[in-house]
Design a protein around this ligand. Sequence first.
Ligand code: ATP
Ligand code: MG
Length: 381
Amino acid sequence: MNILILGAGQLARMMSLAGAPLNLNVVAYDVGSKKIVHPLTNEVYPTTLEQAIENADAITAEFEHIPDDVLTQCCNSNKFYPGKQAIKTGGDRTLEKALLDKTAVACAPYQLITEKAHLELAVQTLGKPLVIKTCQAGYDGKGQWRLKSDDQIEQIWAEMADFIASGTEHAPHTIIAEKMIPFDREVSIIGARDKHGHVAIYPLTENEHTEGVLTLSVAGKNNNSQLEQQAITAFTRIANELNYVGVLAIEFFDVQGTLLVNEIAPRVHNSGHWTQQGAHCSQFENHMRAVAGLPLGSTQLKQPTAMINVLGQAQIPTDVLKTADVTSHWYGKSVKPGRKMGHINVSADNLQQLGERLGELAMCLPEQDYPGVLATSKSLL
Ligand code: ATP
Ligand code: MG
């Protein structure tokens, strides 16, 4: 079977690696260069997008910011999963909040902003501090402001007004203000839904962000069935409403045992990379299976696993491989400060042993480059 993936980054790469043993042949569309490329080598194929769509048995995406004409073209082929509505919703916080309200899934209280009065209203009704986000352009914490005091309003509004003014009638720019949630921790749920509506959901993952970017995830830690159930209910409602096919990720704030949705990602997600070693069937394989119309694989936790992101580093220190049950995942991209270059998965028989192994890894992963490894190790011991 031939699968076309929109986007040619690390997620397409890992989907392609997962699809190969299933006899799924993947090509990627690089949205920047508008070329069809090999998802591992980036070798350019002499194929047009039209031909690639024609050749594909199924089409999917590795990210949500896909040009509208490309998305429409793919959807018109009736081969595109998880569907246009899901992709659009993931790429626009206005649509995302509307979906959450419609499905009665709790999220941070919010106010949409298109003029200054809305910002003042947000300060009055939601209180301070506020997290203010662009609705259409953000990723990895970019396109965000933190409003802590009234004297910041003028400056932040000036920057916001520039962003709003740069929108067009067809691609309006909007902004959302959210109450800053005093969360205990951040968690996410990743699951797959197939073409018949069956779902398979991985255990909750605990995520640590540093300056808005995911740095570390641990699966199977501090979870209880009540918390899992909240996440599963949210997942099922959202996936069913979107008639979703593929892997869907939902990020939450855990506020004293109550989950509030932060974000929805209509794709495989960084906080699910642990599934490559921690689950019987990884998120990448399950996404490929779902879009190809194959049965879903087991999402059960095979072994407690942590994932450490490699950000802006030229290589993964080879000493990490001395620790038992460590796997290195390198994306083959050119290095840039803060860029997601790869990740390290480490597994263990139990959480105590996982803590010990993270402690060992902390010795070759400096805190300034790999924040939180030592602290997470200690929290597990
Ligand atoms: P990504 O898509 O890479 O996850 P993003 O740029 O879309 O990132 P968010 O996930 O919305 O941004 O925010 C990044 C981080 O900022 C969150 O993981 C969280 O740590 C913090 N944050 C966002 N919104 C809030 C909020 N309402 N209250 C408290 N913290 C928040
Ligand atoms: Mg996020």
